[in-house]
Design a protein around this ligand. Structure first.
Ligand code: TMP
Length: 252
């Protein structure tokens, strides 16, 4: 991979969509194929900022919505240069959640009085405000979105343990992920949207060095092996071959 760098792959989804299982399965498969891979996860609860996030999510502390949003973003920025170094060294970065979760979860918080009445739903934090702090982060080459209905996610073990694991909130999060996927795929980050023949992520990348980001939707309601096989098909050629594209800047 001499003049090439390794790809940055992000897995996103609702809570209990199987991201953590799938991310570690994908890491094992990549490593078995001889591809050096670093598994990362946001929030990274090991840093000082991550510990503040952890206690907020476990409801052992309270924080203003703006503050927790900015902490999630800061938690990514503190690892941004590590991500870039790994990619340039030829290590594939596989990341469980990223800035897309940052927007989807924060922008899905609504003013309490609008949640159970016929009033219009009023977001506490505007979408654009939520996106702003993450502008300029290293951009992934591909985002694998594990799509699952909130009712199905709720049936899975552990749902409800943390702050955001409530069915109505997850339904709003899913809609926001949909919007982010659509906007990201049609933005300048992806000048070559996928064609009807469903090429793999590697095939979709244009060869002229432009900045790209592919948003791949995967049905996470299927069994673990089927989802894993689909993810593998989507990323293996890219991880095997690397990419000539410079590391992009998210939404910049
Ligand atoms: P986790 O279960 O993947 O560790 O994520 C913890 C929760 O944090 C999950 O409900 C999603 C949420 N979250 C945000 O609200 N903003 C963010 O930027 C990230 C990365 C996660």
């Amino acid at each position: 991979m001499s003049s090439k760098r390794a790809p940055f792959i992000v897995i996103e989804g609702l809570d209990r969509s199987g991201k953590t299982t799938q991310t570690s399965l994908l890491q094992s498969k990549l490593e078995s194929a001889g591809i050096a891979t670093k598994l990362m996860k946001f929030p990274d609860r090991t840093t000082t900022i991550g510990q503040m996030i952890d206690s907020y999510l476990k409801s052992t502390s309270e924080l203003d919505d703006h503050v927790i949003h900015l902490l999630f973003s800061a938690n990514r920025w503190e690892l941004a240069s590590t991500i870039e170094s790994l990619l340039n060294e030829g290590t594939t970065v596989l990341c469980d959640r990223y800035a897309f979760s940052g927007i989807a979860f924060s922008a899905s918080k609504i003013v309490a009085s609008s949640s159970s009445s016929a009033d219009p739903v009023v977001p506490k934090l505007p979408f654009e405000w939520c996106r702003a702090p993450d502008i300029g982060l290293p951009a992934p080459d591909v985002v694998l979105f594990l799509d699952i209905a909130p009712e199905q996610a709720k049936q899975r073990g552990g749902f409800g343990e943390e702050r955001y694991e409530k069915e109505e909130m997850q339904a709003r999060v899913r809609k926001l992920f949909e919007r982010i996927g659509e906007e990201t795929s049609s933005s300048s980050l992806n000048p070559s949207p996928s064609s009807s023949s469903s090429p793999t992520a590697a095939e979709r990348l244009p060869q002229d060095g432009r900045n790209t980001l592919d948003w791949v939707i995967v049905d996470a309601g299927k069994d673990v092996e089927s989802v894993s096989a689909e993810l593998w098909d989507a990323v293996y050629p890219l991880a095997r071959d690397g990419t000539n594209h410079p590391i992009g800047k998210l939404w910049a």
